[in-house]
Write a protein that binds this ligand. Sequence first.
Ligand code: ADP
Length: 551
Amino acid sequence: MSKPLLGQMMDMPLNVSMLLTHAARSAGDTEIVSRRIEGDIHRYTYRDCERRARQLAQALIRRGVQAGERIATLAWNGYRHLEAYYGTTGFGAVCHTINPRLFPEQITYIINHADDRYVLFDTTFAPLVAALAPHCPNVKAWIALADDVHMPSIDAPLLGYEMLLAAEDGDFEWPILDERLASYLCYTSGTTGNPKGALYSHRSVVLHAYAAAMPDAMGLSARDSVLPVVPMFHVNAWGIPHAAPMAGAKLVFPGKDLDGKSLFDLMEAERVTYSAGVPTVWMGLLAHVRSIGARFTSLERTVIGGSCCPPSMLREFEEEYGVRTIHAWGMTEMSPLGTLARLNWEQMQRPLEERRRLLDKQGTAVFGVEMKIVGSDGRELPHDGVAFGDLYVRGPWVIERYFEGTDSPLVDGWFPTGDVATIDRDGFLQITDRSKDVIKSGGEWISSSDVENVAVAHPDVAEAACIACPHPKWGERPLLVVVRRPTGLALTREALLAFYEGKVGKWWIPDDVVFVDELPHTATGKLLKVKLRDMFRGHVLSSVQEGATNV
Ligand code: ADP
């Protein structure tokens, strides 16, 4: 047998630090703008950011932090958080981003499970840190992301970020690391059970950044001014803190104020062309823009994902405001990018309705991610847009095992996402539901997200959630829980149900509607269906009371 012939190109490992070094060299004067929690707007450049990241690395190494040790962050989107991303991973430590919206008990669990050495925190979280500190004995110190004037006074071992950096000269070279080493640790939000950690490698993060930046993926360019609303504490803000330096794009960080007015004002002031966030955030932004009768003067594109984006929202962005939307799907275990809805040249020639139908879905797999759907018998299902089953994925930025987990979650080398979906012949994925949220009515499945999308297309509906309710005949039937818009308080159950006629199959029409003031959300802005199901556990569907059903 002949000897394998190896390629003869440099075997340079892919390191996270390369992204920022590249930006500092080739987009050195490009700005990073942050609305700080101190209340002002801070501006500096990629060149400044890289120098301060090196100072942070020096400060942590001086305190004995070793490669592989975890340094956590509890912070909003801002320049110091970006420095923390690179100042830790750059020398081989692991950046563990914590979602501050989780319950304190969950955060304590996460910090101890990750065995964090230091926690960098925005001072808005000082009371939270004071509550956490006594329960996290292995944290050596809590580093306030502040100067000496803004240091909080709490009972915890404290250090000041700016004081630490001031003691360092930045004369530090990023070591070349094995690309398989860990870089970031992100926990899933753990809506059921304890949160689980996904531990990204340097290689997976850099490959994901390449994929994200491509024109038909997130499509980031050096000509963009990018405002990530998606938090840096949630799945690395969908990779924007890596893809933006790779592209050399301007970054605009919104800090803690994510209401419609704050976002709109910042977008306009910084000529933001590109943004990314979950549908609930965009709901607030659109409501504000609508209420003041404003227009976006610079915003061109926005990525919407994290939960199903109602088609009515896509339409409003596109048709009312001329903002191109990109519906995307992914998850913490996938770093997170899986699919994005973009049309190819041939699809662009199809009739409007057909184009819309495709763009309402979650899109095609980005290069690097493979997908398949599997039926209850374990057999792969056809990609015909009709057959739906459990969605499996694999690829170089998909999880292999959870941090400190003993058993591999993989099935024959594929990761089961927990989502139920269809894939059509164009390769477009459509998420039907999370498998635990599917409504099983008389042996058939009802997609709660389809039922919700019809409701929010009604002009009087602000938000809607569809959950399963027990039914003596059908097993389960859909219950719709609705928040009305302030202008639509006259909307009745009957009017809303009538709105479904002709839009979905008759048996998908909910059996009952309940109006509420607000819906429960997870720490990442998704509908918290576990809580909703709890709230409506004793609910008797009106169809059951009446002995009738829409079916
Ligand atoms: P967590 O699991 O911590 O709630 P993730 O961001 O990892 O947070 O959640 C991933 C899940 O979110 C996916 O498995 C899917 O159920 C849902 N999701 C993400 N994007 C979309 C989308 N565009 N449409 C429908 N569901 C989505």
